[in-house]
Design a protein around this ligand. Structure first.
Ligand SMILES: Nc1ncnc2c1ncn2[C@@H]1O[C@H](COP(=O)(O)OP(=O)(O)OP(=O)(O)O)[C@@H](O)[C@H]1O
Length: 345
C-alpha cells in the first residue's frame, strides 16, 4: 500500500465503554477492550486494548491502566484520545507516518450525550487530523447495522445494551423521536453478581470472575429451555480470608440480575408511553430490535417480549451492529446524511 492509498480513507469508530471497534477499508480492523496502559510519571502510552487489559490489576508502580469511559461517557478525555490515536496508528504502518488530514471519520455517541460532550468528541477527532468528522447516535447506527430501514416514515424501536449504558430509542425517518440512555447495562450486571455472591455466600470475587459468571450462566429468566451447567466460582472467603470456591446455578445468578433488568424494562415502557399513537401502532407490528453485548444474556429477549407484549428481535453479532451501521453511513453519506448529529458550530 502506498501513501496515497490513505488519502480520502474512511474510518468508522465505535468507542464503547467495554470495547472499541474501528473499521478501515470497510472491514473491522480493531476490535479491542477500551483500556489503555500509561506510564504513571510521563503519561506515555505503554499499551492499548488487549495488551493493556492483560496488565490490569497487576502491580507495577510505573504503569497505570485506565478505562477512559464510565457509564457510556468519556470520563477521561486525555486517555480516550491517546487510546484512539494509538489504535488508528495501528491501522496501517503508512498511516502512522502519513497521518495526513485526508480521512473522513465517523464516531458513534450515546443518544444522551450533552452538547459539551459532543463538542469534546469532535475536537478530539479533529486533533487526530481527521478532515471531516461525522457523529451519529448509537441507536441509529445500530438500527442501520441491523438492517432496519429507518429512513421510512415508520417507527422502529431499538434497545442497545452495552457495557456502560442501555440506549433506548424510537426512530422514524432517520431521526430519534424519543430516546434515552440509562446507566444500567453489562457493567452493572457484573456488579449485581459480585454483590449477590458477597452478601449471600460471603465470597469476594474479582471483576473478571463476575464477567465469566455472567457469560457462562447469566440469565434473565428462571425457566430456560436449555439451562447451562452450574458454575464453579472462585474467590476470597470474607470470614476466613482464605481462597474458597462454591457452585452456583443459573437460577441463583439470575435472581441477582432481576432488579437491574426490571429497571431496563421500566425505561422501555417510559419511552413507549411517550411516543405518538401512530408510531405506537407501527411498533406494535415491528416490535423491538435488541442489540449490544448485553443482549446476549440468556432469555432476555423472551423476558422483554413478555413484559412489553411486543415481538423482540435479537440481531446476530450484537457486538458489531453499531460499527457496521456507522460504516454503512460513512460509505453512503448521500442517503444517510440526515441521520448524522448536526454540527451546531
Ligand atoms: N454472552 C454474553 N452474555 C451477556 N453479556 C455479554 C456477553 N458477551 C458480552 N457481554 C457484555 O456486553 C457488554 C459489552 O457490550 P458492547 O461492546 O456492545 O458495549 P460497549 O459499546 O462497549 O458499551 P457502551 O455502549 O455502554 O459504551 C459487556 O458488559 C459484556 O460483559
Amino acid at each position: 500500500m502506498g501513501f496515497f492509498d490513505f488519502l480520502n480513507e474512511k474510518i468508522a469508530v465505535d468507542l464503547g465503554t467495554s470495547n472499541t471497534l474501528i473499521t478501515y477499508k470497510g472491514k473491522i480492523a480493531i476490535n479491542n477492550p477500551s483500556i489503555i496502559a500509561l506510564n504513571q510519571i510521563t503519561g506515555k502510552v505503554i499499551a492499548v486494548g488487549k495488551e493493556a487489559g492483560m496488565m490490569r490489576g497487576k502491580i507495577n508502580r510505573n504503569i497505570k491502566t485506565v478505562s477512559p469511559f464510565s457509564n457510556g461517557v468519556i470520563s477521561n478525555f486525555d486517555a480516550a484520545e491517546k487510546m484512539l490515536k494509538t489504535f488508528i496508528k495501528k491501522l496501517s504502518p503508512i498511516s502512522a507516518k502519513a497521518f495526513s488530514s485526508s480521512y473522513n471519520m465517523i464516531i458513534s455517541i450515546p443518544c444522551g450525550s450533552t452538547e459539551v460532550e459532543i463538542r469534546a468528541v469532535r475536537e478530539s477527532a479533529k486533533r487526530l487530523n481527521a478532515k471531516n468528522v461525522f457523529l451519529i447516535y448509537e441507536p441509529i447506527a445500530a438500527a442501520i447495522g441491523g438492517g432496519l430501514d429507518i429512513m421510512q416514515p415508520k417507527g422502529n424501536m431499538i434497545v442497545d445494551i452495552g457495557g456502560g449504558t442501555t440506549e433506548i430509542a424510537v426512530i422514524s425517518m432517520g431521526r430519534i423521536i424519543k430516546g434515552q440512555s440509562v446507566k444500567i447495562a453489562g457493567n452493572i450486571f457484573n456488579d449485581d453478581i459480585r454483590q449477590y455472591i458477597r452478601m449471600s455466600h460471603n465470597l469476594h470475587i474479582g471483576e473478571a470472575m463476575a464477567e465469566k459468571v455472567k457469560i457462562q450462566v447469566g440469565s434473565a429468566i428462571d425457566n430456560l429451555e436449555s439451562p447451562p451447567e452450574n458454575i464453579n466460582i472462585e474467590g476470597r472467603d470474607l470470614l476466613t480470608g482464605k481462597p474458597k470456591q462454591t457452585f452456583l446455578s443459573y437460577k441463583e445468578i439470575g435472581r441477582s440480575l432481576d432488579k437491574s433488568i426490571s429497571q431496563i424494562e421500566n425505561a422501555i415502557m417510559d419511552t413507549l408511553s411517550e411516543i405518538p399513537p401512530e408510531i405506537s401502532a407501527d411498533i406494535y407490528n415491528t416490535g423491538i430490535y435488541l442489540t449490544g453485548g448485553g443482549s446476549m444474556l440468556r432469555g432476555l429477549d423472551i423476558r422483554l417480549s413478555k413484559f412489553t407484549e411486543l415481538p423482540v428481535h435479537l440481531g446476530d453479532q450484537p457486538l458489531q451492529t453499531v460499527i457496521k451501521g456507522s460504516d454503512i453511513v460513512l460509505k453512503k453519506l448521500d442517503i444517510y446524511k440526515d441521520t448524522l448529529v448536526k454540527d451546531r458550530n
